[in-house]
Design a protein around this ligand. Structure first.
Ligand SMILES: *Cc1c(COP(=O)(O)O)cnc(C)c1O
Length: 434
């Protein structure tokens, strides 16, 4: 079946032909090609064309696709039963492993999606403080729960609709949206509303409006203001966790602080997803023991899930985290440096105005912007037409970049020098023609 015939069939049953909006390629135009399989760094479409994958399931496939040890762990778990609706040893082991690597995760509750994790974190913060208001930053995406669909990034950035229809004014009213990295806006908001603020939620490093490195000291400032005013600091590491660095973006800043003799800051609550499921639905909310003790069944804040801690999904997450040792992270970092430096060098050699947003092993390109943007307003000025042109060129050449200028480019530990060289050459060929 041709791609356009398939798209017509998909659109006749799935709204937009997809089960998640960015997959529809609205940000770059054209018909998405259905994917048939993936292995290592390569993804293969239904026509049998192979691409170097730079989406990696939006970061979950950190070891590359279908890593044999992970697939084996999943099939072993599946053969023992798909779901019990009861606690298993593997869930406890996964939670312990999360805490071992990410010290602020003193207690962990597993859920199935990042959306659930952030939604629960907000409920917990409100339950703990007895306050209603939250602060989020424009361009930060925290999943699709009502109160967080205000000036969000990701697919909403692509569509140019930072607010969703169907979100009540009441649900959005308690969400204050500030420009990312804006110290004055943040201190003013606390000066004016400090006693009403239940929580500040931020991506540890924004990676759903392209990748933005947090301005030096910004996360620390949020942490200090929250502590001072009795608000809860929620750090969303659904994308960055166990990917931006071995202990997420928080770990990158912690190591930096320790190296300069500064006491590291620490989140009250943190959310994980993507990598901790290794490609299957696992996410988590974690944080300070006293706060987490407010969750049911210990405390008054309700949260539950039929498939939470699902044994097959947990097996994938556990196998992935175990393989993701320091050597794997070093390899990931090398791959990221080679990719982002190589592509940027190719663009620069043909005088293509661009900047590279980097946060640890995460990165993205902003066309038409000579310096990396920080706020969503700055990000929105990028040349999305140039990105769309590059996207289609790369896709033709056998590279699968994210189908939106507002997404991170993802590498895995299984990408090789050959893969990266192939991508850089394809970008060079495009840049030469511009
Ligand atoms: C992907 C993402 C989410 C939402 O996770 P889902 O599993 O898609 O619900 C939340 N926060 C951030 C930072 C994300 O990148």
């Amino acid at each position: 079946m041709s791609t356009s015939a398939f798209s017509a069939r998909a659109r006749a049953i799935l709204p937009g032909g997809v089960n998640s909006p960015v997959r529809a390629w609205n940000g770059v135009g054209g018909d998405p090609v259905p994917i048939a399989s993936a292995r290592g760094s390569r993804i293969t479409d239904a026509d049998g064309r192979e691409y170097v994958d730079l989406v990696c399931s939006w970061g979950a496939a950190i070891l590359g696709h279908a890593r044999p040890e992970v697939v084996e762990a999943v099939s072993r778990a599946a053969s023992r039963g798909l779901s019990f609706g009861a606690t298993t040893e593997a869930e406890v082991e996964l939670a312990e492993l999360v805490r071992e690597r990410y010290a602020p995760a003193e207690r962990v509750r597993l859920v199935s999606t990042g959306t659930e994790a952030t939604m629960t974190a907000l409920r917990l913060a409100r339950g703990a403080t007895g306050r209603d208001r939250i602060i989020k930053f424009a361009g930060c995406y925290h999943g699709h729960s009502d109160g967080l669909l205000v000036a969000a990034g990701s697919g909403l950035a692509t569509a140019g609709t930072p607010d969703s229809a169907g979100v009540t004014r009441a649900a959005a009213a308690d969400t204050m949206v500030l420009p990312y990295g804006d110290v004055d806006a943040l201190t003013d908001a606390f000066a004016e509303h400090g006693a009403e603020i239940a929580a500040v939620i931020t991506e540890a490093a924004p990676a759903n409006m392209g990748v933005v490195e947090p301005p030096h000291g910004f996360n620390r400032l949020i942490s200090q203001l929250c502590r001072h005013e009795g608000a809860i600091f929620i750090v969303d590491e659904v994308l960055t966790g166990f990917r931006a660095g071995p202990a997420g973006w928080w770990g990158v800043e912690r190591d930096r602080d320790i190296a300069s003799g500064i006491e590291p800051w620490s989140p009250d609550l943190v959310t994980f997803g993507k990598v901790i499921g290794g490609g299957l639905p696992v996410a988590a909310i974690a944080g300070k023991a006293d706060l987490m003790a407010l969750l049911a069944p210990l405390g008054p804040v309700y949260q539950a899930g039929t498939l939470s801690g699902n044994p097959v999904a947990v097996a994938a997450g556990l196998a992935t985290l175990k393989l993701l040792d320091d050597a794997a992270h070093a390899r990931l970092a090398d791959n990221a440096d080679a990719l982002f430096e190589g592509v940027s060098g190719a663009l620069a050699s043909h005088n293509i105005t661009h900047s590279v947003g980097r946060a640890g092993t995460l990165g993205s390109f902003f066309f038409g912007l000579a310096t990396p943007p920080v706020t969503f307003a700055e990000v929105a000025r990028q040349d999305t037409a140039a990105y769309a042109s590059l996207f289609h060129h790369l896709h033709e050449a056998g590279v699968y970049p994210p189908p939106s200028a507002f997404e991170a480019w993802f590498v895995s530990t299984s990408h090789s020098e050959v893969d990266v060289g192939f991508v850089v050459d394809a970008v060079d060929a495009w840049a030469r023609e511009q």
